[in-house]
Design a protein around this ligand. Structure first.
Ligand code: PEP
Ligand code: MN
Length: 359
């Protein structure tokens, strides 16, 4: 995906993070316009509202449908904001474009479906559309599926193309509604450095109090913007009530966020990075030394006809190192991953020795 263009509109500074805000759903004309007016007064330039809502189960509020397009048109005329909505079918795209929607996004349940993505892409091509399109990550943590969804839109000729990171579903209860799995959008960034990535802390967090820390994390990782749900009366929202903020709170949060300049490089930073490079080399040398000892142990076990893995020893090693590492200020989950990976490699090396394979 080459020659992508930045996502921006006249009157919006392309060097600043893109901020999109608005209710999860347009519910009534009054709620839509009330929220929009408040957001516009606070300087928000792009308004979001879902009118076709893909709900997990039937019976929930499935959006007001096409009549909501008229309300969004009013928002545009009255406040001067640009308006964005979610599309999932040929009919949605056709109607949204006909009614002057400025930007569309594709939801997480739709981006997981190649047939739906192709239908949207074909419609955009047929209409010769030239508007920004944002593609949310699919509900499941599958980077290739996400990239594939964006490629279909790209192949339809869209160049103002961006990704929305909204977290990934898991089974069971967690502090997040959808797990952030930050390494997935980061890998996307490494593979397509030109692709803008917008974070959706509302759907990741699922709770108001998580919006600020998640937004800050996104900026710390160099994301290009935020899409945040905001409602004039969040507690009474017809969908996603727990995660919506009043425009006032949203404004407060936006002003507390620290936006870092990822391009600026100072002399001190270079020195610190050199330090990291040296430490990483040392780490690898220590690890290689450890593997050497593992191979010696392998030789001993071979001579004495012992099995490679001895459960008691293994549990002991993990437990003591884990406690030690936690005392040194590292996270238990991180330590577990590292220690298990080191142990797996040691076992692999010992098996090679036992089977007489040279390494
Ligand atoms: C939404 O943006 O309101 C929405 C339905 O989000 P998602 O597709 O991320 O669940
Ligand atoms: Mn929502």
């Amino acid at each position: 995906m080459k020659d992508l263009q930045p996502i921006t509109f006249p009157g919006i500074d392309p060097k600043k993070p893109l901020i999109i805000a608005g209710p999860c759903s347009a519910e009534t004309e009054e709620q839509t316009l009330d929220t929009a007016r408040q957001l516009a007064d606070l300087g928000i330039k792009i308004f979001r509202a879902g009118i076709w809502k893909p709900r997990t189960k039937p019976g929930g509020f499935e959006g007001v449908g096409s009549q909501g397009l008229k309300w969004l048109k009013k928002v545009k005329e009255e406040t001067g904001m640009y308006v964005a909505t979610e599309v999932a079918t040929h009919q949605h795209v056709t109607e949204a474009l006909a009614e002057g929607i400025d930007m569309i996004w594709i939801g997480a349940r739709t981006s997981a479906n190649p047939f739906a993505m192709q239908e949207i892409a074909d419609t955009l091509k047929e209409l010769n559309a030239d508007i920004p399109v944002l593609v949310k990550n699919p509900v499941n943590p599958d980077l290739e599926l996400w990239i594939g969804a964006m490629q279909r839109i790209y192949n339809a000729g869209i160049r103002q193309l961006g990704a929305i990171h909204r977290g990934f579903s898991t089974y069971g209860k967690h502090i997040y509604r959808n797990m952030p799995q930050w390494h997935i959008p980061i890998e996307l960034r490494l593979r397509f450095p030109e692709m803008p990535i917008i974070c959706d802390p509302s759907h990741i967090g699922g709770r108001r109090e998580l919006i600020a820390p998640l937004s800050q994390e996104a900026f710390d990782m160099g994301f290009d913007g935020l899409i945040i749900e905001s409602h004039c009366n969040p507690d009474c929202a017809w969908s996603d009530a727990a995660q919506q903020l009043t425009p006032e709170i949203l404004n407060f949060i936006l002003h507390t966020l620290v936006i870092r300049d990822s391009k600026q490089s100072t002399e001190n930073l270079t020195l610190l990075r050199q330090q990291i490079d040296r430490i990483d080399r040392e780490l690898l040398e220590v690890l290689a030394k450890r593997m050497q000892v593992s191979r010696d142990i392998g030789r001993y076990k071979k001579e004495h006809r012992m099995s490679v893995v001895q459960a008691g020893r293994y549990n002991d090693v993990i437990r003591t190192r884990l406690n030690h590492g936690v005392e040194m200020g590292m996270g238990a989950e991180f330590l577990k991953t590292v220690l298990l990976a080191i142990h797996d490699e040691s076992v692999r090396q010992q098996i090679e020795i036992i089977n007489d394979r040279t390494i």
